[in-house]
Design a protein around this ligand. Structure first.
Ligand SMILES: [Zn+2]
Length: 464
């Protein structure tokens, strides 16, 4: 929702907000759930049966079309290609994209308008903002088709989890759906058209937990979707009570999913977690299959490279994700440098799908702790050290500099000091002797403006 409209929404009474959410749902229904959606879903599901070679041929064809379009209609790319004496026919397959420069966030911000295709009318552009935890989101634009295809790849994954369009889904995501000033339930709004119920991630606190669960029980969702932090918070509450809330599948994204969170969620909701990676820049989509062994890159949605320092291409080992969206012709982003880092699996998945996989360590570089002896610790690795600290409401690790780490915690009334002592010791073992750990007890740990909970923050720049 655009800024002005969203402010108006937040000032409206609850029932009006409910109606607004459903009206937005109706708009999405007509834009993204019609006959074209069903046709594309069939088409994209067929890609899962393709051979590796057929999938690569599909990708090459899409890249050729995209580069042609960029040369004809996108001033930024016309300029870049002319400067490098390149023509569209120089791009036959995905690897040829290396002839073009990496597109950084900064270049996107500086060339936002020049990256918009000139053969689009203003009324055909859909405005969004970049994802990420940084303070200044950049305006980006999509066309209808990329929005539709994003919905298609999203449903391709949901169907892997046994969930069909119009099944009841409860969402716990970062959209500010209920104003922060609201102090009483309802902390949720309905989209009656698509059968979705949106819970506010900003109001989920210990004291509100029972009313969230009561509403969930009334809604009877088949699936849940949300941030790992939010859903694991709810799951841990159920687990402590020895209760369960069975659903068919849980979908998580937008934050690193820690093994301990996955375990808590699967236990409480009696089903598997399907973690996925998406970005509002629409350059990458990566999803778990029913085997849950890493994430399949949806290579019919975007082309992905893993690069090292100095932007050197290197497909093996840990590196930064650079991705090209194949379907957004309104503002094409080629070789867009994301803030995510990961590595590729070498072997194909046992499920037989042709899509290559990336490791679960996918995360943002500001979430990775670097030790003085040069090791990189992902949030998952740190999570193994802190998993036994269960008598706290929230926990956050902040690396202030190479030698100083703060363990920030919000204790629960039943807080146990001995847990903290043990966890501090195992954290020290992981970080090494050259790092000093300071404990800080706080009343609250705030989320980012997009509602995400960053459980690890590192102020040490990452080098590969
Ligand atoms: Zn698989």
């Amino acid at each position: 929702m655009a800024g002005v409209l969203h402010n108006l929404y937040l000032k409206s009474p609850g029932p009006v907000q409910d109606l607004a959410v459903s009206l937005y749902g109706a708009k999405l229904y007509f834009r993204e759930y019609g006959s074209e959606f069903r046709k594309l879903l069939r088409e994209f599901e067929a890609h899962a049966q393709y051979s590796q070679a057929d999938l690569e041929a599909y990708q090459s064809e899409k890249i050729q079309q995209l580069v042609h379009h960029c040369y004809e209609h996108v001033p930024y790319y016309r300029r870049v290609m002319q400067d490098r004496k390149l023509v569209p026919n120089d791009f036959r397959r995905a690897a040829d994209l290396e002839k073009l420069p990496i597109l950084t966030r900064q270049t996107l911000a500086e060339n936002s308008d020049d990256l918009v295709a000139r053969n689009y009318k203003k009324s055909q552009l859909i405005v969004g903002y970049t994802s990420g935890t940084t303070a200044n989101p950049i305006r980006i634009v999509w066309d209808k088709r990329v929005c539709l295809i994003k919905t298609v790849v999203d449903w391709r994954q949901k169907r892997q989890g046994g969930i069909e369009p119009f099944d009841r889904i409860a969402y716990f995501i970062g959209r500010q759906i209920v104003p922060a000033t609201v102090k009483h339930p309802p902390y949720w709004r309905h989209n009656w058209v698509l059968n979705h119920l949106f819970f506010s991630a900003f109001h989920l606190a210990h004291k509100n937990m029972d009313c969230y669960l009561e509403k969930l029980a009334k809604f009877r969702p088949r699936a849940l979707e949300g941030f790992p932090s939010t859903l694991s918070f709810l799951a841990s509450y159920l687990n402590r009570l020895g209760q369960t809330f069975p659903v068919k599948a849980v979908f998580t994204s937008a934050e690193p999913l820690l093994p301990v969170q996955r375990e808590a969620i699967e236990k409480a909701f009696c089903c598997k977690v399907f973690d996925f990676l998406g970005m509002s820049e629409r350059v990458i989509f990566a999803t778990e299959c029913a085997r849950h062994e890493g994430k399949h890159l949806d290579t019919d949605f975007g082309y992905t490279e893993i690069i090292g320092d100095e932007d050197a291409p290197h497909s093996k080992g840990f590196g930064r994700i650079v991705a090209t969206g194949l379907h957004n012709y309104a503002q094409p982003l080629i070789r867009y440098k994301t803030s995510d880092v990961s590595s590729m699996y070498e072997k194909p998945c046992s499920c037989g799908r042709p899509f290559p996989r990336i490791h679960d360590v996918t995360t943002r570089d500001e979430d990775i702790v670097t030790t003085p002896d040069g090791r990189y610790l992902s949030p998952s690795a740190l999570g193994t050290a802190t998993k036994d600290l269960v008598s706290v409401e929230h926990l956050q690790i902040v690396q202030e500099d190479l030698h100083n780490v703060v363990l920030r915690l919000v204790p629960r009334p039943d807080f146990r000091q001995e847990e903290l002592i043990a966890v501090r010791k195992s954290l020290q073992n992981i970080l090494g002797d050259q790092v000093t750990i300071r404990i800080e007890t706080v009343e609250n740990i705030s989320r980012t403006s997009s509602g995400k909970f960053r459980w690890v923050i590192s102020n040490v720049p990452l080098k590969f």
